[in-house]
Design a protein around this ligand. Structure first.
Ligand SMILES: Cc1cc2nc3c(=O)[nH]c(=O)nc-3n(C[C@H](O)[C@H](O)[C@H](O)COP(=O)(O)OP(=O)(O)OC[C@H]3O[C@@H](n4cnc5c(N)ncnc54)[C@H](O)[C@@H]3O)c2cc1C
Ligand code: SF4
Length: 426
């Protein structure tokens, strides 16, 4: 999506930074990276030191440099916006600093002496890996139990292929595991292959980071018709495909939803060769989960976005042939209502991208032990659940904004809290 900066351009871009006191970009970063600090090190050609400044706060600083919506985080807060309407390109500078670490396999961290404590991490996505790495650095033994065959979570199976090319997700996972002290058990799922009770008995603490296991349905008839697909599964297949020629691509694609996943699948379909791609969202552009930048990115990639319409019927012959929509509007109290007016779009592929939810069967009998809200786990500021030895983070907790960087921060905060719990009185 964004080609890396060559050295000359990185130095020019680094020179645009004002090195603000109490830098607003750092405050806006969910992981609190010292942004002026790492940019200053780029200026003095200390690229390794710059990478250390980034990765000590955000162990997935490499992936975040590729996938973070910087336009609503650090770059939105950059004071250069006030003077020039153009922030310092923090995302690309972060990538410039961190790429050599993975290319040259440089290990920047060391493990503390063995604490003799064992922690179970359920889920090997950004939250789980971040927690596991920090715990390993602090000297604890970690076992990651992961449902899928590869680690990385949605970095590996969910994020659009054009954002993270050349198998970067696995390169980053391997680098994280190189710290040592982390055992991985793949294809092992909580709720199927192991129970929370077993983990609590065998380990000194547990961190839950299993993400969101199921996708929301439209709630319409014919959702199982040929050509009606769920966007998350399609992207997972695409990300794992050796040969993209094998993937069926629609000619006229309709995407229902308004978040990042809707944008990703729409742009991805266009790049795979679909002739017409239309996103339909039930509210206006300001209410879309996708940022304005992402909306513009889709539009300049040839995608049409239609607002204020909700799907009411999937039109089906031997496979899906179109979608009927009803116009929507806000009533006087600001509530979304239908106007009763309908219109249709032809489609040979319809993607559902209307959000995900926590899989309800993960806890089995332990479900009642946790306080939950909206199907997600409630945690305190340390990411501790209502069970004293169980922490949780990433997409599966309530209040999370479903970003990679937030999941990484949750894992880090939980690891620091678990370390305090494992060393009482120290
Ligand atoms: C299509 C799509 C595109 C996205 N694009 C972006 C983007 O561009 N930028 C961005 O910042 N964010 C993006 N996100 C969001 C981001 O990927 C997630 O917020 C982030 O991956 C959450 O991390 P996590 O560790 O909580 O969960 P996940 O990444 O979902 O990882 C969960 C892990 O838990 C494992 N697991 C699941 N169930 C069990 C179980 N029962 N037992 C054991 N293990 C289990 C899985 O195998 C997986 O490895 C996107 C999400 C989607 C769906
Ligand atoms: S806000 Fe912008 S100019 Fe100020 S320190 Fe951050 S990147 Fe540099």
């Amino acid at each position: 999506m964004h080609p890396p900066l060559p050295r000359s351009e990185a130095l020019i871009e680094a020179d645009r930074c004002y090195f603000c006191f109490d830098a607003p970009c750092t405050t806006a970063c969910p992981t609190g990276i010292d942004i002026p600090g790492f940019i200053q090190k780029i200026r003095s050609d200390n690229v390794k030191g710059s990478a250390h400044t980034i990765l000590r706060e955000n162990i997935m600083g490499g992936m975040c440099a590729r996938v973070c919506p910087t336009e609503i985080l650090c770059e939105e807060a950059c004071v250069r916006n006030v003077h020039e309407d153009k922030p310092v390109n923090i995302g690309l500078l972060q990538r410039y600093a961190t790429d050599p670490v993975f290319e040259q396999d440089l290990q920047l961290f060391e493990r503390a002496a063995d604490s003799g404590k064992k922690v179970a991490v359920v889920g090997g996505g950004p939250a789980g890996l971040s927690c596991a790495h920090r715990l390993a650095v602090l000297g604890h033994q970690v076992v990651i139990f992961n449902r899928d065959g590869k680690l990385g979570g949605l970095n590996e199976y969910g994020i659009a292929a054009y954002k993270t090319v050349n198998d970067f997700a696995q390169q980053e996972v391997n680098w994280i595991l190189d710290i040592g002290g982390i055992e991985v058990r793949q294809n092992t799922a909580l709720g199927i292959d192991l129970s929370l009770a077993d983990l609590r008995q065998e380990y000194d603490a547990v961190f839950l980071a299993f993400g969101l296991g199921s996708v929301n349905e439209l709630g319409l008839a014919n959702e199982d018709a040929d050509g009606v697909l769920n966007a998350v599964d399609y992207i997972a297949k695409l990300r794992q495909s050796e040969n993209m020629d094998d993937l069926p691509v629609g000619r006229h694609v309709v995407v229902i939803g308004g978040g990042m996943t809707a944008i990703d699948i729409a742009v991805q379909s266009k790049r795979l060769g679909a002739e017409v791609v239309e996103i339909v969202y039930r509210r206006g552009p300001d209410q879309m989960g996708a940022s304005q930048y992402e909306q513009e990115f889709a539009q300049t990639s040839g995608v049409t976005i239609r607002h204020w319409a909700s799907p009411v019927r999937l039109l089906v012959s031997d496979r899906v042939a179109g979608v009927e929509f009803e116009r929507t509007e806000l009533d006087a109290s600001g509530k979304l209502q239908s106007t009763g007016e309908t219109w249709s779009l032809n489609a040979d592929v319809v993607f559902k991208a209307v959000g995900q939810a926590v899989a309800s069967d993960v806890f089995g009998e332990a479900a009642a032990s946790f306080e939950q809200k909206g199907g997600r786990l409630l945690v305190d500021d340390d990411r501790r659940t209502t069970l004293p030895d169980v922490w949780a983070g990433g997409d599966c907790i309530h209040g999370n904004d479903d970003l990679t960087v937030t999941a990484v921060q949750d894992g880090k905060v939980a690891a620091i809290a678990i370390d305090r719990y494992l060393r009482p009185g120290e």
